[in-house]
Design a protein around this ligand. Sequence first.
Ligand code: F6R
Length: 357
Amino acid sequence: GLAGHADYMGKEIEEQPETAARIIDRLAPSIADGSLWASLSVPAFERVAVLGCGTSLNAGRVIASAFGALGDVPNSSLIASEASTAIVEPRTLVIALSQSGETADVLRAIDDLDLGTSSLVALTNSDHSTLARRADSMLNCHAGPEIGVAATKTFVAQVITGVAMALSALAATRRIDRDYARRQVDDLRRIPDLLAHAIAASQKAIPPLIDEIRDAQGFLFLGRGSGVVYAAEGALKLKELTYRWAEHYPAGELKHGPLALVEAGTPVVVIDSGDRRIESNIAEVEARGGRVIRIGGAGSTVPALGLSLGTPMPGGIDRWGPLESVVPLQILARDLALALGRDVDKPRNLAKSVTVE
Ligand code: F6R
């Protein structure tokens, strides 16, 4: 039941720290020694491709980048509904992500792809799903039941489980050493607290913004590097819950077109994942009177986010991005949707499990 919450989405947002802690506690002992990876019995791989739809695709993109940032593994992501003609090179680790494990686009993609010597791992929230049965091996993200149509805690659960798998795979195949893997696990252990802090800070900082953006018809979401996928997730949540137009862009693309959309009062949500060049993009928006909502970094609308970036990596590359920044994005979409009288658990036209192509 709702256990005192107004809606399932609100409940599931608030469950994220506990869900994350449970997953990390369970997986942590088997990450750095490679045993998590060994338990999946996956053959040697040279590259990684993830596939999924919607929020699961976004989680997959975070995981694919983690393989690259942590272990220099070439990686790509495939939109499941467009994947059937993709060429999968030999010795690719293919990770199919689906919360439900029943998404028709994903099942079709894995049927159509010629996997040859490549291996398919399913990352789902259901052991008994069709995807879990059809994959060579499977990893359950153990988010617990998610009732709200909008994916929230399953995103966090997929990212953490997938990053744990990536670390374990990289350690098992000696692409990273165990000490390095252990330090990454220590950083993963900070995530539940960062999520809890993000919830408390967002519940304070977001409601006062809602009146100001209530009548806005369009929203931009910008990020750089690892922030781009969080921008994508923020725009997806906003449009599905509020029925307002929302687009995401890598911030560097702003001046190549979308800046023309910005006028006085246009809400522009900027995810700061540590790339200093974001400051000039913020200045470009503000010079046109755009209303910047900054997530992370100095002057963040929601204070002290971006800490899960941890120790900066050489070249400024980070690993799984500012994971806790998804919280204010979820809360922004939910609060605005509620202010507009939307049903946040059952957005119009959408279904929790999409079993048609
Ligand atoms: C967005 C959302 C959808 C799903 C997508 C994939 O909030 O929930 O975009 O992420 O339909 O669903 P699964 O993960 O079940 O394959």
